[in-house]
Design a protein around this ligand. Structure first.
Ligand SMILES: [Zn+2]
Length: 146
């Protein structure tokens, strides 16, 4: 009999690589918040009406406006202090501003309380109501009298 371990049927495998510790939630929160702030700053300085940032594929293929069409231009107008122009571009985007503000406040307050990035969890009824409002807006804005 041999004591050679290479003659046995066992296979020697390399030790598992050491995994890096996942970044802390606070770091992710800062990254997401920074990306959001950078997006808002870009939208403030770059007018989507002059520079096509994100063409709408639904509008390009159907010729109809989706619920989000004009949303970036409306947000740009809101950031520039022109709510009337924003309303004409996309009323839904203007109506959702309080929701954006509440979500941002919720996220920022979670950061300061050390909870990291936490998403609000609306009730299913609120989600379905929002979906119904978006679909209804998408239908209504394509009617000739809207
Ligand atoms: Zn669209």
């Amino acid at each position: 009999m041999s004591d050679n371990i290479h003659s046995s049927n066992t296979t020697v495998t390399a030790p598992p690589p050491k995994l890096r510790a996942a970044p802390r939630p606070a770091l992710w929160s800062l990254i997401v918040a920074g990306a959001g702030l950078a997006g808002v700053c870009a939208l403030y300085f770059i007018d989507p009406a002059r520079h096509e940032i994100y063409p709408c594929m639904f509008h390009a293929t159907t010729g109809l406006n989706c619920p989000g069409c004009g949303g970036l231009r409306a947000t740009h107008q809101l950031l520039r202090g022109h709510p009337g122009a924003a309303w004409l571009l996309n009323p839904l985007a203007v109506l959702l501003v309080p929701v954006y503000v509440l979500l941002a406040c919720h996220t920022v307050s979670g950061l300061f309380r050390g909870h990291g990035l936490r998403c609000a969890t609306p009730r299913p009824a609120a989600i379905w109501s929002g979906v119904a409002a978006i679909v209804l807006f998408g239908i209504l804005r394509n009617l000739p009298w809207f």
